[in-house]
Design a protein around this ligand. Structure first.
Ligand code: CP
Ligand code: NVA
Length: 309
């Protein structure tokens, strides 16, 4: 049997293919129940703390509403409004929070902060985006792909653009799910090497594959899923101008997607810089499933919380 209760959810690397498939199936079932108006409240009386060091629309709203729908309540804790913003340590914060709460999420810059919070806490901790990864996003994305394609194994995922947190989790998810992942980033913006290495190792166990390329056209050839994200993530705003130059051959536009499969899915974690990393024609086109992805953040995270809390 799967042992998920009490676990942290810091990255897909810590979850087996079987566990990820279980969470995807649970997310789909939770979504079905929700649409049918059937109550599903396994977390009655429980509380989730949500610490944010950066902005958020989807993550904040979907966790807060999701926790409410599961029968519990959520507290939004902006880093600057709690004592952490004045230097109370993460370890002390973790121990205090553990005395009140049943689970915590953290959106932070340094991934080590998430690891440290989890180390100090006696309750499950969920990574709500760090510089290294965004596992909740990838879970919702693969739920979306599964709903649209009916399967995941063997599909080709092409990521075009910045080698960032979103890429890392998408790549690890593809590897764990037996998919073929290819990315293309400009020089200097490749994904993190350790992340690539551990994804390649994961893919070796599932029959999936991981390729890190320079050429966008080569990466997108025959893709079932075409994914991109902003060129300047949160914390990199001052590099916007130089990144626009570096990424100019990495826009997902009509010419580029003509090399993907005809029935490809266009995906983006959002928020998007329309007209920059993706043209309006592609992001609003018939292949785009961006709002299904956004919606599935709710269902996928309810599955995570229900499973581990
Ligand atoms: N995709 C995502 O995490 O969006 P937010 O930054 O709005 O939470
Ligand atoms: N890569 C983006 C994702 C936002 C959801 C960022 O980190 O800002």
């Amino acid at each position: 049997a799967l042992q998920l209760k009490g676990r942290d959810f810091l990255g897909l690397v810590d979850y087996s293919p079987e566990e990820i498939r279980y969470l995807l199936d649970l997310a789909i079932e939770i979504k079905r129940k929700h649409k049918a108006g059937e109550a599903y409240q396994p977390l009655k009386g429980k509380s989730l703390g949500m610490i944010f060091e950066k902005s958020s629309t989807r993550t904040r709203v979907s966790f807060e509403v999701g926790m409410y729908q599961l029968g519990g309540q959520a507290l939004f804790l902006s880093r600057n409004d709690i004592q952490m913003g004045r230097g109370e340590t993460i370890l002390d914060t973790a121990q205090v929070m553990s005395r009140y709460l049943d689970g915590m999420i953290l959106r932070t810059f340094g991934h080590r902060n998430v690891v440290e919070l989890a180390r100090g806490a006696t309750i499950p901790v969920i990574n709500a985006l760090s510089d290294q990864s965004h596992p909740c996003q990838a879970l919702a994305d693969y739920q979306t792909a599964l709903e649209h394609k009916g399967k995941l194994e063997g599909l080709k995922v092409a990521y075009i653009g910045d080698g960032n947190n979103v890429l890392h989790s998408l790549m690890m998810g593809a590897a764990k799910l037996g998919m073929h992942f290819a990315s293309a980033s400009p020089e200097g913006y490749d994904p993190d090497e350790r992340s690539v290495k551990s994804s390649i190792e994961a893919a070796a166990e599932t029959g999936g594959s991981v390729r890190i390329l320079r050429d966008a056209r080569e990466a997108i050839e025959g893709a079932d899923i075409v994914y991109t994200d902003v060129w300047a993530s949160m914390g990199f705003e001052e590099e916007q101008k130089e990144r626009e130059k570096a990424f100019k051959n990495y826009q997902v536009n009509e010419a580029l997607v003509s090399h993907a499969k005809q029935d490809y899915l266009f995906m983006h974690c959002l928020p998007a810089h329309r007209g920059e990393e993706v043209t309006e024609g592609v992001i609003d086109g018939k292949n785009s499933v961006i709002f299904d992805e956004a919606e599935n953040r709710l269902h996928a995270q309810k599955a995570i919380m229900a499973a581990i809390m």
